[in-house]
Ligand binder design. Structure first.
Ligand SMILES: *[C@@H]1O[C@H](CO)[C@@H](O)[C@H](O)[C@H]1NC(C)=O
Ligand SMILES: *[C@@H]1O[C@H](CO)[C@@H](O)[C@H](O)[C@H]1NC(C)=O
Ligand SMILES: *[C@@H]1O[C@H](CO)[C@@H](O)[C@H](O)[C@H]1NC(C)=O
Ligand SMILES: *[C@@H]1O[C@H](CO)[C@@H](O)[C@H](O)[C@H]1NC(C)=O
Ligand SMILES: *[C@@H]1O[C@H](CO)[C@@H](O)[C@H](O)[C@H]1NC(C)=O
Ligand SMILES: *[C@@H]1O[C@H](CO)[C@@H](O)[C@H](O)[C@H]1NC(C)=O
Ligand SMILES: *[C@@H]1O[C@H](CO)[C@@H](O)[C@H](O)[C@H]1NC(C)=O
Ligand SMILES: [Cu+2]
Length: 571
């Protein structure tokens, strides 16, 4: 019997090997005028499109993307969000961390293995370029020989995002001025790249009638046609620059079955809370009154955008109704923006699926508490972690570490906990003390287990604490717990879920709350861990981990060319 099993396993392994393919893509990135919400703006496109082309692959495939930077005056880097890059840390696509940016006119080839099935993303990772629309989805299917723990008839991907009319240049200039200008709430929400801005609200009205054209087909409502009686898997992901969202489909419950590439114990919800950088698969049954269409809506939660950002609308079109037939009802209102309770409840209820549980190590070797703080530095507003605001060095960390360029970033270790964390009042307005700007990093002992506690606090404004989705490159982490108030290092760890925690790469930290994570530092490289809100990361909200740098293979010369790396280029 066991010999037969071994034989079968060998056969399957060989089949899996035989199936592995190379998926090649050739992308031209440039600026083009686009009107995703009817307002004409310069958007960053891939082969003429935003969202860019979806990458479809099967577990074990090698994805090769040849990116040509046609932005003329701007650098570029593209990150493969949720792909751990085991053995290829230089393909993570994080400008300043894992590579020199792709210079205008240059072509760079990303090459990596998609080693697990699931729903992943890609997006620009240089400056605030994601805001300009450079993003798309990655769908990795199971090997032919393996079955999913749930069934469905159709599989669709929908990316949610928010959209600003200002350029990234205007936004970054405002954020990095002494007269700080906040980016504000987005003008619209996009569902699979389509939204609707009310052109009559343009202030001042444009004299150019094409500047905002309500009948432009680029901003036609997104329509998902469905066949009655069938079950759909919708892969919902968020790549908002700022907003936390709620997503709902009128009259239909949704069953959450996957989160960030991991199967979860199915739970039925009426709305899905989703934070920037997260992906979920939901199943819906097309079982409602078939003579009409239904609304698909998304709205902002966690920030008061009621007066500024209308909900994003799309249509669930029951075949054979006309796709343009407007649902006879008003779009359902989403949940109220400032109620944290249901959001925390959703975070708490999602567990790893029975039969697919990866058990975390029972103990950690190191505990790092990251206090999320808003500060000022020399009059500039920053976000910081433990009083340190991240600035990226001109020479990327991966290269600096591997080639022993010790002088290009601050070598001093950073604290595992703010020295006065116990006294820090998370409900008090953050005192206007200056944080420190630094490019120092955390160095993790290879293959050790690390716990990260993300602690939220009050911002510089009274009675305000924000939601921060934190994303880790190069790893998945276990989500051991969430709590409200200040983390109690003596008692809260006793309540950790070590039995069936989900694994994710992005997780929210709720207002005035904490989130506890555990991961194994077993992927040699230099990895960013940061708030996935574009402006927060731009303002310093992130840290960098190094682990097993001596185990990193020879760096490809293509990632060189900036800062002190020039001598390492191919002659
Ligand atoms: C608005 O878009 C429609 C549809 O593409 C087009 O026919 C019309 O000319 C546009 N109007 C302007 C002022 O550009
Ligand atoms: C959705 O779930 C709720 C709560 O479980 C239930 O009351 C309702 O009937 C369900 N709706 C549909 C359309 O299945
Ligand atoms: C912060 O820095 C500014 C500018 O350097 C300085 O004027 C101010 O006194 C500092 N504030 C504190 C609390 O140290
Ligand atoms: C800010 O300073 C005040 C007065 O010294 C103190 O009561 C408060 O706890 C401090 N705030 C924080 C967030 O530590
Ligand atoms: C943050 O750093 C500043 C300047 O080094 C210091 O004055 C302040 O007390 C620190 N804040 C905390 C909460 O440690
Ligand atoms: C990592 O640690 C585990 C448990 O201690 C051990 O089994 C494994 O061999 C280690 N892996 C490496 C690459 O050192
Ligand atoms: C903050 O909340 C407290 C308690 O609810 C209230 O007394 C205070 O007026 C609020 N402050 C502001 C600026 O809203
Ligand atoms: Cu944030």
């Amino acid at each position: 019997m066991s010999r037969l099993m071994t034989l079968l396993l060998c056969v399957f392994a060989t089949m899996a090997l035989a199936e592995a393919r190379v998926r090649r893509y050739k992308w031209d990135v440039k600026y083009e005028f686009k009107s995703p919400d009817c307002y004409k703006k310069l958007a960053m496109t891939i082969n003429g499109k935003t969202p860019g082309p979806a990458i479809l692959a099967q577990q074990g495939d090698t994805v090769v993307v040849e990116v040509t930077n046609g932005l003329v005056t701007e650098n570029l880097a593209i990150h493969w969000h949720g792909i751990r890059q085991i053995g290829t840390p230089w393909s993570d696509g994080t400008g300043g961390v894992t590579q020199c940016p792709i210079f205008p006119g240059d072509t760079f080839t990303y090459r990596f293995v998609v080693d697990r099935p699931g729903t992943y993303l890609y997006h620009a990772h240089y400056g605030m370029q994601r805001e300009a629309g450079l993003y798309g989805s990655i769908r990795v299917s199971l090997p032919d020989s393996m079955v999913k723990p749930f069934t469905y008839d159709y599989d669709k991907s929908i990316i949610l995002s928010d959209w600003y009319h200002q350029s990234t240049y205007e936004q970054t200039s405002g954020l990095s001025s002494i007269d700080f200008v906040w980016v504000g709430e987005p003008q619209s929400l996009l569902i699979q790249g389509k939204g609707k801005f009310d052109c009559s609200k343009l202030a001042p009205p444009s004299s150019d009638p094409s500047a905002c054209n309500a009948t432009n087909p680029e901003c036609s409502t997104y329509i998902q046609t469905v066949v009655p009686g069938k079950t759909y898997r919708l892969r919902i992901s968020s790549l908002t620059t700022l907003s936390a969202l709620s997503f709902q489909i009128e009259g239909h419950n949704m069953t959450i079955v996957e989160a960030d590439g991991h199967y979860v114990e199915p739970i039925v919800v009426q709305n899905l809370f989703i934070y920037s950088g997260e992906t979920y698969s939901i199943l819906i049954k097309i079982d409602q009154e078939p003579s009409r269409n239904y609304w698909i809506t998304t709205n902002i939660v966690g920030r008061d955008a009621t007066a500024t950002t209308p909900p994003g609308l799309a249509v669930l079109n029951y075949y054979p109704n006309h796709p343009k037939r407007v649902p006879p009802t008003d779009p359902p209102a989403g949940p109220i923006w400032n109620d944290v309770t249901p959001r925390l409840a959703q975070s708490l209820v999602i567990k790893a699926r029975q039969g697919y549980i990866h058990t975390p190590p029972p103990k950690s070797d190191r505990v790092i508490v990251f206090l999320n703080m808003q500060n000022e530095i020399d009059g500039y507003v920053h976000w910081s972690v433990n009083n340190v605001s991240l600035t990226l060095p001109h020479t990327p960390y991966l290269i600096a570490l591997k080639e022993n360029l010790h002088h290009v970033f601050d070598q001093r270790p950073l604290p595992d906990q703010l020295y006065n964390f116990a006294d820090y009042d998370i409900y008090h307005v953050a005192n206007n003390t200056n944080a420190t700007s630094s490019n120092a990093i955390y160095r993790l002992k290879f293959n050790t287990t690390v716990d990260i506690i993300l602690q939220n606090a009050n911002t510089l404004n009274a009675n305000n604490s924000e939601t921060h989705p934190w994303h880790l490159h190069g790893h998945d982490f276990w989500v051991l717990g969430y709590g409200t108030g200040k983390f109690d290092i003596d008692n809260d760890p006793k309540k950790y879920n070590l039995a069936n925690p989900i694994m994710k790469n992005t997780v929210p930290v709720h207002p005035y709350g904490w989130t506890a994570l555990r991961f194994i530092a077993d992927n040699p490289g230099a990895w960013l861990f940061h708030c996935h809100i574009e402006s927060h990361f731009y303002m310093g909200m992130g840290v960098v981990f190094e682990e097993g740098i001596e185990k990193v293979g020879k760096l490809p010369s293509e990632i060189m060319g900036c800062g002190e790396t020039k001598g390492f280029e191919r002659p």
